[in-house]
Design a protein around this ligand. Structure first.
Ligand code: CP3
Length: 340
């Protein structure tokens, strides 16, 4: 078993910097596109053998130090009674967006064993196949709320913020309902075999620190606190969260994901020393010639300082990325040593 990723999460010194990629499974891999030609994405998520196969594809091809369960953040929402689809090139689309308190009433608390048993089954298959740790994940309450309220991807999250500012009691109730269901979901993933979890708060960067602290952080904390006893490393990641990194570090997360806009040495001054940092090469760098990728990745590693750092991209792999570049990047990160 390759223990590098978990060693760093524990605060131990690994033999090399661990690396995995957000969205390492997906359209950059020809073997994923081949499966997608005959199955839509939600079918892949709901079919344990296929979800397991897609999870394994990047582990086999790239030699990364962790696997991430193949699913989507909206999968548990469907099991809470939300009718939705995932439109290629667009993202999740919700049939009847939440407009007021009655929309919250219509959300059924998630019972993972009933609603998403296929995810738990996928985890069981994967643990038998994998020789790297398996990361489970969920969407964070704010990011899920943006999809539920906007009905789909949004540029400014205006309707979400209108509810947040205009009806704070209703908003906090929504955060609470989502936090409880995602906590149940993540606990079930850990019981089924996940060895770390990542909370994706992808769109939290739409908020400033005052608003994040008041309207969002309590729900993230609730999830982190609820998972503490499980003993697995807890990662929190969001995009454009440079101004929020200090607060995210206060959530109880063991690992804080950093997007590419904040250099890791700067991020470190905001999070303090107690957390591990994960990130943060700009995914678009991987579209450039190898010499550029190597130089930029070397800079990320230097700023990470060779300790308490998990290498990743600053957001997901872009679909046009050549997997050969990702493979070279994995080897480069593994061969890199501080002061080398
Ligand atoms: O390898 C992995 O990282 C695991 C798989 C994974 C998917 N979605 C599969 C997927 C993970 C971790 C997610 C999480 C997710 N989904 C997030 C948080 C992470 C992030 O990127 O910020 C968000 C915001 C979503 C919502 C979502 N689902 C978006 C924005 C999209 C992209 C739409 C598009 O086509 O560009 C999806 C669809 C989706 N989920 C794809 C994949 C591989 C792309 C699709 C496909 O095959 O059609």
């Amino acid at each position: 078993m390759n223990d590098r990723f978990l060693a760093v999460c524990r605060g131990d010194a690994p033999d090399a910097t661990p690396i995995w990629f957000m969205r390492q499974a997906g359209r950059s891999l020809p073997e994923y596109r081949a499966l997608r030609a005959t199955h839509d994405i939600l079918t892949l998520c709901r079919t344990p053998e296929l979800a397991a196969e897609v999870t394994l594809q990047p582990v086999r091809r790239l030699g990364v130090d962790a696997a991430i369960l193949f699913s989507d953040i909206v999968v548990p929402l469907e099991a809470m009674g939300v009718a939705l689809k995932i439109v290629p090139g667009v993202g999740p689309i919700i049939e009847s967006p939440i407009a007021d308190e009655s929309g919250i009433d219509s959300l059924a608390p998630l019972s993972p064993e009933d609603g998403v048993s296929y995810v738990l089954e996928t985890i069981g298959i994967l643990r038998k196949e994998l020789d790297v740790p398996l990361i489970g994940f969920a969407g964070a309450p704010f990011t899920l709320a943006t999809y539920l309220i906007e009905g789909g991807p949004s540029k400014n999250q205006a309707r979400t913020k209108a509810l947040m500012y205009g009806a704070p009691k209703v908003w906090h109730r929504l955060m609470h309902v989502l936090a409880d269901s995602m906590l149940a979901y993540l606990r079930a993933q850990v019981s089924a075999g996940c060895q770390a979890i990542q909370l994706f708060d992808s769109w939290a960067g739409h908020l400033g620190p005052i608003e994040y602290g008041e309207f969002v952080l309590p729900a993230v904390k609730r999830i982190m606190d609820g998972l503490k006893a499980s003993g697995v490393p807890r990662i929190v990641f969001g995009v454009t969260t440079g101004e929020l990194l200090g607060l995210i570090a206060e959530s109880g997360a063991d690992v804080v994901g950093v997007d590419w806009r904040t250099p890791l040495d700067v991020a470190r001054t905001r999070t303090g020393e107690a957390v591990i940092l994960q990130g943060n090469l700009d995914p678009a760098v991987c579209l450039a010639p190898w010499e550029t990728v190597r130089a930029r990745a070397g800079d990320v590693l230097e700023r990470g300082g060779g300790r308490n750092h998990i290498f990743n991209l600053g957001h997901g792999v872009l679909p046009d990325t050549d997997p050969a570049t990702l493979k070279r990047l994995v080897d480069f990160v593994h061969d890199w040593r501080p002061d080398a």
